[in-house]
Each structure stands twice: as structure tokens, then as C-alpha cells.
Design a protein around this ligand. Structure first.
Ligand code: DLZ
Length: 215
């Protein structure tokens, strides 16, 4: 074993300043207790380590992991339409989407900050999302369901990122049992696990900055 072997994500050597970024987290309600730990880890890391403004982190939920790619794609598109509308505003044009409530009403995450977008009349940000984190926990059962969902979700999430040009972080644990999932959310009884949400938060900021980089 190498002495300096670092298991997992090696931290970036450059400062990753996320103060100008807007990030979307889409998470599942399946396995919600574990998912909540991962969402909290990602959010806390983005705010405390990368200076992302709490009001620039939007959290939405879907039923299960299979729904993550669709939701990420749809919410990204809505944010891009809103941003284009904002640019149009500046040029004195008419807003075709005014009056439409295109975002889902609230985050359903217990204990998380109130939503910053959505709801008729709510003040909407004109900045499109710079990155998306899809968070879920798939636990293998006794049928082939797990394999099909894992394959579909991983392919779907990658496709949304490549098609949109906006980085989408694969924050989906694919575990053989609940113990593995608890450990990877830093929720194991022994306290030896690691919350992968931390890595996903840092990864989203790094990739968003990469997307916005002008060479
Ligand atoms: C149906 C199902 C099963 C068996 N297991 C999980 C799981 O471990 N994690 C998860 O996020 N979702 C699961 N689902 C639900 C599917 O992702 C999906 O919501 C439904 O098949 C409806 O499309």
C-alpha cells in the first residue's frame, strides 16, 4: 500500500469559488433518511467550503431514482428559459412566459432551507443553473429491478449533462444493502463512513466553474 494513497476524491489544488454560481439539487424521496444526509452534505460543503450563496441552491424532489434524469432536464430547461427571458427584459422585449408557474412549488426536504424559486408571484432568479446534482440511493433487492434502474439512471444523467452542456453530478449510491448506503452517507453506527454528498458538492462547484471558464 502506498503511504500517501488517498482513497476517494483528492481535493482540488486550486480555490474553487462558487460565490457566483447557481446550483440545482434534485433528490429522491425513496430511501429519504439516507438521501437527506447526502443532500445536507452537498449543501453544507457548497456553502461552507465554496461560498455558494444559500439562496442560490435550489432543492427539488422526485419519487425515485428513475425520475432524476427527467427532472434534471426539465428544471434545467426552465431555468434557461427564465435566463433568456431576463436578457430579453433588458432589451425591452415582452416576456412570453410571464404568469406561468413553470417550477414545482416547493422543496419537500424536511429541515432544509425554504425554496428560492417557484410559486406564482415568487421572485425568480434570472440566472440559469450552472450545475445540477442528482441525489438518490438505490438498494439491491431480490429481482433484476435494481440493475435496470442503475443502468437507466446512470445513462440518463450522463445524457442530460452532455446534451445540455451543463454538468450533472451523478450523486446516486448503488448499494448491495442498507449498511453500505448508510456508510456512504456517513450515517453508519461506527462513524467510520464518509458522506459522499461532500464530494458531490465540491464536484458540482468545480465542474460549474469549468463550464463557465473562458479559455
Ligand atoms: C421501484 C423502486 C425500487 C424497487 N427501488 C428503488 C430504490 O432503491 N431507490 C430509488 O430511488 N427508487 C426505487 N424504486 C423507484 C423507481 O426509481 C421509480 O421511482 C419507479 O420505478 C417509478 O418510475
Amino acid at each position: 500500500m502506498l503511504d500517501d494513497f488517498h482513497k476517494g476524491l483528492e481535493p482540488s489544488t486550486t480555490t474553487q469559488d462558487g460565490s457566483g454560481l447557481r446550483i440545482l439539487i434534485v433528490h429522491t424521496r425513496w430511501n429519504s433518511a439516507i438521501v437527506q444526509g447526502l443532500v445536507d452534505g452537498a449543501k453544507k460543503t457548497m456553502i461552507e467550503q465554496h461560498n455558494v450563496k444559500p439562496e442560490n441552491i435550489v432543492i427539488e424532489s422526485v419519487p425515485g431514482a428513475y425520475e432524476l434524469p427527467f427532472a434534471a432536464k426539465k428544471l434545467l430547461e426552465v431555468s434557461q428559459i427564465r435566463a433568456a427571458e431576463g436578457a430579453s427584459d433588458l432589451m425591452g422585449n415582452v416576456n412570453l412566459l410571464d404568469g406561468l408557474n413553470l417550477t414545482s412549488p416547493t422543496t419537500t426536504t424536511p429541515g432544509s432551507a425554504p425554496p428560492v424559486s417557484g410559486g406564482a408571484g415568487a421572485k425568480r432568479s434570472r440566472q440559469a443553473f450552472d450545475a445540477v446534482i442528482c441525489i438518490g440511493v438505490l438498494i439491491k433487492g431480490s429481482t433484476m429491478h435494481f440493475e435496470y434502474i442503475c443502468e437507466a439512471v446512470s445513462q440518463g444523467i450522463m445524457r442530460v449533462g452532455l446534451d445540455s452542456g451543463v454538468p450533472v453530478i451523478f450523486g446516486v449510491l448503488t448499494c448491495l444493502n442498507e449498511e453500505q448506503a448508510l456508510s456512504r452517507a456517513g450515517l453508519d453506527k461506527a462513524g467510520k463512513g464518509h458522506n459522499h454528498g461532500i464530494d458531490w458538492g465540491s464536484g458540482a462547484v468545480e465542474m460549474a466553474l469549468l463550464k463557465n471558464r473562458t479559455l
